[in-house]
Design a binder for this molecule. Structure first.
Ligand code: ARG
Length: 461
């Protein structure tokens, strides 16, 4: 079973530790289904082209399907001596169907084989990631829909700036995730070409038909240069880069959830299902999930840097270094997939404390800009209006009052243009709804964005 498939030119066995050190089976076994899928397509083509007999191709495929069933059932033990998933499966095949199994590797190398395996595997994982991303976006849209009348403080520098709708805040994340999903789609499209047929590096002497293999495996076409085909890992890099940006967005949302669920903000409550308690402080309910996702962002950034560094000095074509591409890639896949899955449910179940947000939105002179804008409509240049309201705010601080609480006489100390109608401009609703231009926080503008998002989603289904 552990006889080396490349043993011909060797006279001594591999050092045991070297065997372990150079093996990738511990982590590349997760690609077994795709390795077999690629081999089936390759075998079909070898038969069709008459490179091997049709019956031989048939025997190989029966053998491969048997191995697949055994692996799905967890019946197969992998061997470190057989180094990687490719040779584990090939050795099994030969063991199972005899020497005809040795014909599968005709016109192929592990170098183009691994390149096709990763693409097939990543393609499926990216589809799963896109589905979770979609679910999270749906949850954000639902929260936005439910909170079209929820006003919260909008911040800059984490200082109260202007009131905004909570729906508007949710849609900001919706936009980020739209871009993330666009980046994933882009990566998928560029990645979806078949590298098989490149052989070890230079192509193959056999009359293969790459286009038909591409078609069978659902690729949009074939790669155009054999050297590039076996040495390119751009698709993994692009995925890791898109993942890093996606995690950055999840981490920002995490940070807000952590702040909002603190007693000091008290804007939301996360479902118990996503929190844990403290072993010493009985009152605590900790937002572990957003904290962990925020923390895991680091490893996804790290994976991108690992891959970039791995590739940066490699001469063409394949180099063994490239075996190190898998763990960072797999880790980013697992982390992004898990984070999105958990976030989609957590956001859907998040309880929004509407009244607390409103109280906070009214604090911090959040409608000061509205007073300045009011003065501008009465003909005062904005810079002067800014000065007038600055003094008004200082007066409020000194007298422990809020802007809407000032009497008209008090307002008039700062500018004679201020009239009774000022009170119509300094409510939270008036402030929010005055910002009606596309992309603004007015109820009507936000409702239009929700509708547009729903329409786009319908069209993309
Ligand atoms: N396990 C190898 C990898 O992951 C497969 C390709 C090995 N090719 C070779 N010529 N050693 O990169």
């Amino acid at each position: 079973m552990s006889k080396k498939l490349w043993g011909g030119r060797f006279t001594q066995p591999t050092d045991k530790f070297v065997e372990e050190f150079t093996a990738s089976i511990d982590f590349d076994q997760r690609m077994y289904r795709y390795d077999i899928q690629g081999s089936l397509a390759h075998a079909h083509m070898l038969g069709r082209q008459g490179i091997i007999a049709e019956e031989e191709a048939e025997q190989i495929c029966v053998g491969l399907n048997g191995i697949l069933a055994d692996m799905d059932a967890g019946k197969i033990e992998f061997s470190v001596a057989l180094e990687d998933i490719h040779m584990n499966i090939e050795a099994r095949l030969i063991e199972r169907i005899g020497s005809v199994g040795g014909k599968l590797h005709t016109g192929r190398s592990r170098n183009d084989q691994v390149a096709v395996d990763i693409r097939l595997y990543l393609r499926d994982e990216m589809k799963a990631i896109l589905a979770y991303l979609d679910k999270l976006q749906e949850a954000l849209l639902q929260q936005a829909d439910d909170n079209l009348d929820t006003i919260m403080p909008g911040y800059t520098h984490l200082q109260t700036a202007q009131p905004v709708l909570f729906a508007h805040h949710m849609l900001a994340y919706y936009e980020m995730f739209c871009r993330d999903s666009g980046r994933m789609d882009d990566c998928l499209r560029r990645m979806n070409v078949l590298p098989l047929g490149a052989g070890a590096l230079a192509g193959t002497t056999f009359p293969i038909d790459r286009e038909s293999v591409a078609q069978e495996l659902g690729f949009d076409g074939v790669t155009r240069n054999s050297l590039d085909s076996v040495s390119d890992r751009d698709f993994a890099l692009e995925f890791c880069a898109a993942s890093a940006t996606l995690m950055m967005h999840l981490s920002r949302l995490s940070e807000e959830l952590v702040l909002w669920s603190s007693a000091d903000f008290n804007f939301i409550e996360l479902s118990d299902a996503f929190c844990t308690g403290s072993s010493i402080m009985p009152q605590k309910k900790n937002p572990d999930v957003p904290e962990l996702v925020r923390g895991k962002t680091g490893r996804v950034y790290g994976n991108l840097i690992s891959l970039l560094t791995l590739m940066k000095s490699l001469p063409l074509a394949y180099n063994k270094d490239m075996q190190e591409d898998k763990e960072p890639l797999f880790d980013s896949i697992d982390t992004v997939k898990g984070s999105l899955k958990i976030f989609a449910d957590m956001i859907a179940l998040m309880n929004v404390k509407v009244d607390n947000m409103r109280v906070a939105a009214a604090r911090g002179f959040s409608t000061a800009t509205d007073v300045a804008d009011y003065c501008v409509t009465k003909g005062i240049p904005f810079r002067d209006a800014h000065e007038i309201v600055g003094k008004t705010v200082r007066y409020c601080i000194e007298h422990n009052k809020d802007i809407p609480e000032l009497s008209l006489a008090e307002f008039k100390q700062f500018s004679p243009v201020i009239e009774e109608d000022i009170y119509n401009f300094v409510t939270l609703e008036a402030s929010v709804n005055a910002r009606k231009a596309t992309g603004g926080t007015a109820r009507i503008a936000v409702a239009a964005e929700i509708e547009l998002a729903r329409k786009n989603r319908q069209e993309n289904k």
